[in-house]
Design a protein. Structure first.
Length: 204
């Protein structure tokens, strides 16, 4: 059994690899702007389901694979914040976020290609941000890192110094909740440990 990751996110790939799983990466190509007007947690889940379905519907997939689609948004003041539009947008967001807390929602959709069954859920983690200065914000945005991630921050990169605390699953903030994916795998009647490949030498 193999896992197909329907995401171009290097952080999600690294998270799975560190957990002993070597997935096949197939980018969904889903236009995220097509889904609007939903509460943040529902938005993340629906986009994850669309990404999963887009890849699961591709021709040529093996019969015995699990396809995982994910999407993350940061909820702040009831709004869903995905990737910033540009550097100016990232700076504005950080000025709103500093010294405050937001909730990072990651939708997960897992489809069993053999049975066609789907298990899906959203994981939510509270993130506390440091009271960073304007100079720190400008320097961070200038690195380009916050421009390519939901919420304009990372916890596993240069942005980690600006996160003072996390309530919930740390991996979820990176973009993929390992405990939740394990639960979804079991819901489909599969075994999480059957996906382990990297450390056994069976994977690439």
């Amino acid at each position: 059994m193999q896992l197909v990751l329907a995401s171009a996110s290097p952080a999600r790939l690294a998270t799975l690899r560190s957990a002993g799983i070597e997935p096949v990466v197939i980018v969904s190509g889903v236009d995220e702007s097509q889904v609007e007007g939903l509460p943040p947690a529902e938005l993340a889940l629906q986009l994850a389901e669309l990404k999963c379905a887009a890849v699961a519907g591709r021709e040529g997939l093996p019969d015995d694979v699990l396809v995982l689609g994910c999407d993350s948004v940061l909820e702040l003041d009831g709004q869903a914040l995905g990737k910033p539009d540009d550097a100016g947008d990232a700076i504005t967001r950080w000025r709103q976020m500093r010294g405050r807390s937001g909730v990072l929602h990651t939708g997960h959709s897992l489809r069993d290609s053999a049975s066609g069954k789907v298990a899906a859920a959203t994981a939510s983690t509270t993130v506390h941000f440091a009271e960073v200065s304007d100079d720190e914000i400008a320097a961070y945005v200038a690195t380009g890192e916050p421009l390519s991630v939901a919420g304009a921050f990372t916890v596993d990169g240069m942005g980690g110094a600006f996160v003072t605390g996390i309530e919930g699953d740390h991996h979820n903030v990176v973009g993929l909740s390992l405990p939740l994916v394990r639960e979804l795998t079991a819901e489909l009647g599969r075994s999480w440990t059957d996906l382990w490949t990297a450390w056994t030498g069976r994977g690439a």
